[in-house]
Design a protein around this ligand. Structure first.
Ligand SMILES: Nc1ncnc2c1ncn2[C@@H]1O[C@H](COP(=O)(O)OP(=O)(O)OP(=O)(O)O)[C@@H](O)[C@H]1O
Ligand SMILES: [Mg+2]
Length: 220
């Protein structure tokens, strides 16, 4: 489903990803680990089509993801509907007037009917315990509430691949349990999951395979 071949990427002068090759099958759960600054978040941004490799190739479901192919708006839209990404600093993803509007935004962009949007929003808010804050402005929420809202936004679009960067950042015990249960169910449903985290126990609990970005920025 995901195929990276000899990917190199650098932000400025310093290489952030060096010669990375990786393939992920549909339905696989993969953990990404590596030291601070090793390139986990960068790799995830690349998988999500937000940045593009300076050399090497990325194929998603057999189609190349590059600056050039993503210029096709329809292709780009379809790609983004299949792959959902919760940022490490997910509060930067929020911009709507209320939590509910925020969660409805993605499904609305996908062109879903309003009653379907309503169902998805209320289901995902119930799941993540956001119903009580549905009308609040995301800007004024606590860190954990923002995090859960950002997660809800991605989940409400029901992508094929879910990518979460540091999923447990700022979450309390109760929210952690809810999220772990959700991710286990996601896995059982045969959906693809990619998690970047420093939490070994989380990886042990959730993933089939761990990919380590080593000091040389190579994946082994
Ligand atoms: N926007 C940016 N501009 C310039 N350099 C960047 C940018 N984002 C990341 N980097 C650099 O790229 C390298 C990889 O960063 P990245 O955020 O991918 O690491 P990470 O493995 O996710 O780290 P952490 O465990 O701290 O989340 C680091 O050296 C970082 O300083
Ligand atoms: Mg990171």
């Amino acid at each position: 489903m995901i195929e990276l071949n000899n990917i190199n990427f650098q932000y400025d002068d310093i290489p952030s990803l060096v010669d990375i090759s990786l393939s992920i099958e549909k339905g696989e759960s993969v953990g990404l680990e590596g030291d601070n600054g090793s390139g986990k978040s960068t790799l995830i941004k690349l998988l999500n089509g937000l940045i593009f490799a300076s050399s090497g190739t990325y194929f998603f479901e057999g189609k190349e993801i590059s600056k050039k192919t993503m210029k096709d708006e329809l292709f780009e839209k379809q790609f983004h509907s299949k792959i959902g990404y919760v940022f490490q600093n997910s509060e930067t993803q929020l911009f709507c007037g209320s939590v509910k509007e925020e969660i409805a935004f993605g499904p609305r962009q996908m062109g879903l009917a309003e009653d379907e949007i309503e169902i998805r929003c209320s289901d995902v808010m119930k799941l993540l315990g956001l119903t009580a804050i549905a009308e609040r402005a995301p800007y004024h929420l606590s860190g954990g509430e923002k995090r859960k809202t950002a997660l809800a936004c991605v989940i409400s679009m029901n992508p094929d691949v879910l990518i979460i960067d540091e999923p447990m950042n700022g979450l309390d015990k109760k929210s952690r349990v809810v999220l772990i249960d959700f991710l286990k169910a996601w896995k059982s449903a045969g959906k693809t999951l990619i998690i970047a985290t420093h939490e070994q126990s989380l990886l042990n609990e959730l993933v089939d395979r761990i990919v380590t970005i080593t000091e040389e920025h190579r994946i082994g």
